[in-house]
Design a protein around this ligand. Structure first.
Ligand SMILES: *Cc1c(COP(=O)(O)O)cnc(C)c1O
Ligand code: SF4
Length: 336
């Protein structure tokens, strides 16, 4: 049976010409968009397009998903695999990098294609933990009693259907040393209909402590439907956090970031991480220099209560993982 969100997911906008027509943008954007989409296809649910302003090529939501000619520019220092997670891979789709937390790549697919995504060169690389019915991943988790928390990531784990997810979660909650389930997802933001009765039913029934980490970069992404989805999550006993990426032309001002934190708080979501851009080839035009990022953090601290200031982090290739940037009140290290 196909449910509403699956119909909407299948009906996502994938043709640059259609997007440009819908948003009444300059036809001149079409050729570069087509060229860039050949490397990494356009994909955006209509529910997300509906929050963009017509006729504005600088719309902060549009910029996250519109393929641009700048993506074809080769920039030194940017690579096709900037994160290099393979060193911490234990079994197919199982990453164990940090004490007590294991990350499962539940699927390689996403409901939206963010142009700055570090997986943009492997959009369909589906080395997922699900391939064998979760068997190897579950064996690994049963065998390591130091694991407290299981993180479902991807791709977007909520692009899997509820039957597959409920199966996994019912196996996880039978492992006595596991206490927490964390889900990293953008689906409730780009496709709020995903947060339906069936999803909420298995979440509410799950005995584990539940944390959902959303991915919102700009306050305009939080419309009434997303706020309702958040309220429903919380009613099902889910704690809500958010991670954002610092993106030039999208959210690289103190006012925008403060507005985002305030809007998240109003929706019952605590800002968790603000990521520096992963240096993936084709995304260099989104890069914000580290010195600028640190200045923004100083301004944010002046404007917001501490609990609404996200931690500024950068993903460093190799096993070291997410590295917090030095406290903005300390002097900046000399930049190379
Ligand atoms: C980000 C990440 C985690 C979670 O890190 P937290 O700091 O707990 O949010 C766990 N495992 C891997 C491989 C990760 O990349
Ligand atoms: S939702 Fe996350 S994983 Fe998916 S395309 Fe966007 S940044 Fe990449």
């Amino acid at each position: 049976m196909t449910v509403q969100w699956q119909t909407e997911l299948a009906d996502a906008v994938c043709d640059p010409a259609e997007l440009i027509r819908m948003l009444e943008l300059e036809p001149g954007l079409l050729e570069p968009a087509r060229a860039a989409a050949r490397l990494f296809p356009l994909r955006v649910p209509r529910a997300f397009v509906a929050r963009m302003h017509k006729g504005d090529p600088a719309d902060p939501l549009l910029r996250q998903i519109l393929p641009l000619g700048m993506e074809l520019v080769d920039t030194p220092g940017f690579s096709t695999d900037p994160v290099g997670d393979l060193a911490s891979r234990q079994r197919p789709g199982v990453l164990h990098k940090y004490l007590g937390r294991v990350l499962l790549i539940a699927t390689g697919t996403c409901g939206v294609h963010c142009r700055y995504c570090f997986r943009r060169h492997f959009p369909y690389a589906d080395e997922s933990a699900r391939a064998d019915g979760w068997r190897e991943a579950l064996d690994y988790l049963r065998g390591d009693t130091s694991v407290r928390e299981v993180i479902l990531s991807g791709g977007d784990p909520l692009s899997l259907n509820d039957r597959l997810l409920a199966e996994l979660v019912s196996a996880l909650q039978r492992i006595p040393h596991i206490y927490r389930l964390r889900i990293h997802t953008r689906q409730p933001v780009v496709l709020p209909s995903r947060v339906d009765a069936s999803l909420l039913a298995w979440l509410a029934a799950c005995r584990l402590q539940k944390v959902v980490v959303l991915h919102v970069n700009h306050a305009h992404e939080l419309d009434a439907a997303v706020r309702t989805a958040c309220a429903n999550f919380r009613q099902a006993g889910v704690m809500l956090l958010n991670q954002s990426v610092l993106l030039r032309g999208v959210n690289d001002s103190a006012e925008t970031l403060a507005g985002l934190s305030e809007a998240l708080c109003a929706a019952g979501v605590i800002p968790y991480y603000l990521h520096m851009l992963d240096r993936v080839q084709g995304a260099a035009h989104f890069d914000v220099p580290e010195s600028r990022a640190r200045t923004l953090m100083v301004e944010l601290r002046a404007r917001l209560p501490g609990y609404l200031v996200p931690r500024l982090v950068r993903e460093v290739p190799g096993a070291s993982g997410k590295v917090p940037l030095p406290d903005p009140l300390e002097p900046a290290p000399a930049e190379a």
